[in-house]
Design a protein around this ligand. Structure first.
Ligand SMILES: [Fe+2]
Length: 206
């Protein structure tokens, strides 16, 4: 018989397997893998949050849509809240302990922005995974400009430790290597230069 946590993981994977975004199932498990590489002792709440953080994208009828938001960060915050609520009903249905439910949902809600050691870990694992497994498919579907915008956004939210990991990711593809190099170089320039010069450029991209 399945434990409450196994029941939850199985349900989460089943829902994400139905996502219309092809990279979603791989990204969910890969985020969990990166989480465990960054923190081998990550607890159950963190592991559940890693697996389910983007679950709203897998449910067409209730997912949050980019087109409904003027601002990318507002869209991402709504996506995180919606994913947390979906996770809450799955965990409750599986009989997961209330303190784990509360913490896992809190982490999912914070996964785009972090703010404490646990949510920062999740944010890093999520963002490293974007560069590790999402990037090729995202590029194929969205093209150079949108992938570069998304990569800038993802790279800037990484901690220095995670940025160092991303610097060594190599997809063996000339265009992706060039895109990643440009993103990393421009992010360094942004950190080193007077804010107004590069923020003007980036804000027009965002
Ligand atoms: Fe994600």
């Amino acid at each position: 018989m399945l434990t409450d946590i196994e029941c939850a993981k199985q349900k989460i994977r089943l829902i994400i397997a139905g996502s219309q975004v092809p990279e979603d199932p791989c990204h969910a498990d890969n985020t969990l893998e990166w989480l465990l590489r960054l923190e081998p002792d990550a607890d159950e709440a963190l592991q559940l949050a890693a697996l389910a953080h983007d679950i709203d994208r897998a449910i067409e009828r209730i997912k949050v849509r980019r087109a409904d938001f003027d601002n990318y960060d507002t869209f991402k915050a709504a996506h995180a809240r919606n994913s947390a609520e979906i996770l809450r009903s799955i965990l409750t249905a599986c009989g997961v302990k209330r303190n784990i439910v509360k913490e896992a949902c809190r982490l999912v809600e914070l996964h785009e922005v972090g703010g404490d050691p646990s949510s920062d870990l999740l944010k890093d694992a999520d963002s490293i995974s974007y560069f590790d497994v999402n990037l090729p498919l995202y590029f194929q579907r969205e093209g150079w400009d949108e992938t570069k915008r998304r990569s800038h956004w993802g790279y800037r939210r990484l901690t220095l430790r995670a940025q160092d990991i991303v610097k060594h990711i190599d997809h063996g593809d000339k265009e992706l290597t060039r895109l990643l190099r440009e993103v990393i170089h421009e992010s360094v320039m942004l950190r080193l230069s007077p804010r107004h010069i590069f923020f003007d450029d980036l804000n027009s991209e965002l």
